[in-house]
Design a protein around this ligand. Structure first.
Ligand code: AMP
Ligand code: MG
Length: 528
């Protein structure tokens, strides 16, 4: 039951989205769950936000963040959006189980706070408005893991559980994730009003994004990708074209970041694409174990539309949907296409920049683009020939160079068969991969030696660019199994490790190992 007294999070609420007008959302109350309890609190995020230290102990906060009581200052609502799902227009969707509490001023800037799994909304369609503990743990942990990896994402403040039951393939426990983000506006919000021919609302929404989030979308020297000066001027003078370009740029960067940690989203429908270029809506995602470029992480995605190597193209396709929706505002088809097609320049250049950083090849090495592209292409080929573990490969390469520099201070002559490279060489055990690996490795070591930087510095950079820990499916699964038995300690351990994924954490070495055999039987689908 909703209690009368409102819980306070000690925040100042501004709720700007709630002022947009009622054709953007429906006001409602969350539906309470029985016997709610904390599963995990993200104290690190709470501290960053500047929440009062006693926030979790304040009366009514547990209930408030589980949808069972009101939080002072909140203005609860569900927003309406539409979207393309698996390549087809799906019509109206909307927040079917996420309820906006409001937007608060925090030390991280203004943040919207949402309760995912807090009950039915007018947009629930055939769903029950709930989220299961299993998928809520995955979202809670993964969003923090992504943040710690330096990848733009929505975040999670806490996770609460309940004795309430929900029905999926089997009976499961309900949970609520408290998500935070500067905004949860999706491509699908724009598609919704465009499809209805409601240009006034479309403009209101675009103006809202431009007014409130330009500081998050713009970047210095951002139009440099366009060689044509006249085109740059044209874009600058059209606020909606400029917004589309900025979203394109943010999305291109996000895709490059995902690819470089082996992240597969699993359901890149346009309603799951953030207008701010954030990773949004964690469902059947996966960090790849073995490097298989066409790996499909979502068992519902039988055609592989959202396979790992398809993601950058899908993002471009999704951006076209956004561009189409914004066309009535931009008013110039050619200009829209220019703002979208620059993706083909931006994405590969972001990816190259990140991969070179992972390889320890900084600007000082001044590697020409064609050499870099060839080096990266060959490496991906070798990695796929071996189907080497993605995260272990990159981390082992970094530690190999680090060990070499420790043992051979000042030496710049590196040969593939040095004792310190035993471990990395051993990763390429199959005969087809072995010779290709040695050829690539020799070429790479030559490039590394050609720079003026010290090897210790280079390997230090690499250890900061290649995480030791990612949320592998089997790690999440173990935490889920314990949590389903009422033991949340594994969630806490994972939160700690994944919040500092570049640290060694020697006591948690096994969390960095290849998956056990049973991991191959884990199936992750859209069911959540
Ligand atoms: P997703 O693929 O999880 O991003 O969800 C697509 C649409 O289905 C969105 O409108 C969601 O709000 C809605 N949805 C997903 N699961 C549920 C649920 N259990 N209850 C109500 N709506 C849901
Ligand atoms: Mg979604």
């Amino acid at each position: 039951m909703h209690t009368q007294a409102k819980a306070s999070l000690g925040l100042n609420w501004i709720n700007r989205f709630a002022q947009l007008g009622e054709n953007f959302f429906t006001r409602l109350r969350p539906t309470p769950l029985p016997d709610v309890r904390w599963v995990s609190c993200n104290h690190g995020l709470a501290l960053e936000m500047g929440l009062p230290p006693d926030w979790i102990n304040r009366p009514g906060v547990l209930e408030g963040l589980s949808g069972c009581a009101q939080i002072a200052g909140s203005d609860t609502l569900a927003s309406v959006y539409s979207g393309h799902q698996f390549g087809h227009w799906a019509g109206q969707l909307g927040d079917g189980r996420a309820i906006y509490l409001g937007e608060a001023q925090t030390d991280l800037g203004n943040l919207e706070i949402q309760l995912k799994g807090a009950g039915l909304t007018p947009y629930s369609r055939s769903g029950d408005g709930r989220a299961v503990l299993r998928s809520s743990i995955r979202e809670y942990l993964c969003s923090e893991a992504m943040h710690a990896l330096g990848i733009p994402t929505t975040r999670a403040l806490c996770l609460t559980g309940s004795r309430g039951i929900v029905y999926r393939e089997e009976v499961e426990r309900a949970a609520v994730v408290t998500r935070v983000s500067p905004s949860f506006i999706r491509f699908g919000h724009f598609e919704h009003f465009a499809a209805k021919g409601d240009t006034a609302s479309l403009r209101t929404l675009a103006d809202f994004v431009i007014t409130h989030y330009t500081h998050l979308l713009e970047e210095s020297e951002e139009l440099e990708a366009f060689e044509n000066e006249a085109l740059r001027t044209q874009i600058t003078q059209n606020p909606y074209a400029l917004m589309l370009y900025r979203v394109t740029r943010k999305t291109a960067k996000l895709m490059a970041l995902w690819q470089c940690v082996g992240f597969c989203h699993g359901v890149m429908n346009t309603d799951n694409m953030s207008i701010l270029g954030l990773t949004l809506d964690y469902g059947p995602f996966q960090f790849m174990d073995a490097f298989v470029p066409d790996h499909i992480c979502n068992h519902t995605d039988q055609g592989g539309r959202y396979a790992y190597d398809q993601q950058p193209n899908v993002a471009y396709w999704n951006l076209y949907c956004l561009g189409q929706a914004l066309l009535p505002l931009i008013g110039d088809k050619d200009l829209s296409v220019e703002c979208l097609d620059i993706y083909k320049v931006l994405y590969p250049s972001f990816k190259q920049e990140i991969v070179l950083r992972k390889l320890g090849l900084s600007k000082l090495h001044s590697i020409p683009t064609d050499v870099a592209q060839e080096l990266i292409g060959k490496l991906e080929k070798v990695m796929s020939l071996q189907e080497v573990d993605f995260t272990i490969f990159w981390r082992t390469l970094s530690t190999a160079l680090s060990h070499f520099s420790e043992k051979n201070p000042g030496t710049n002559t590196l040969t593939t068969h040095s004792a310190e490279f035993k471990e990395i060489n051993a990763l390429f055990s199959n005969t087809r991969a072995q010779s290709a690996w040695h050829e690539w490795f020799a070429e790479y070591l030559k490039l590394i030696s050609s720079g003026s930087e010290d090897l210790a510095e280079i390997s230090g950079m690499m250890l900061d660019a290649n995480p030791k820990f990612v949320l592998r499916n089997h790690l999440g699964e173990a935490a889920i199994k314990s949590a389903q038995r009422g033991d949340f300690s594994e969630v806490q351990i994972l939160l700690k490790i994944l919040s500092t994924p570049f640290d060694e954490h020697p006591e948690f070495q096994s969390y960095a190992d290849t998956p056990p055999d049973w991991a191959s039987s884990i199936t992750i689908s859209c069911s959540s």
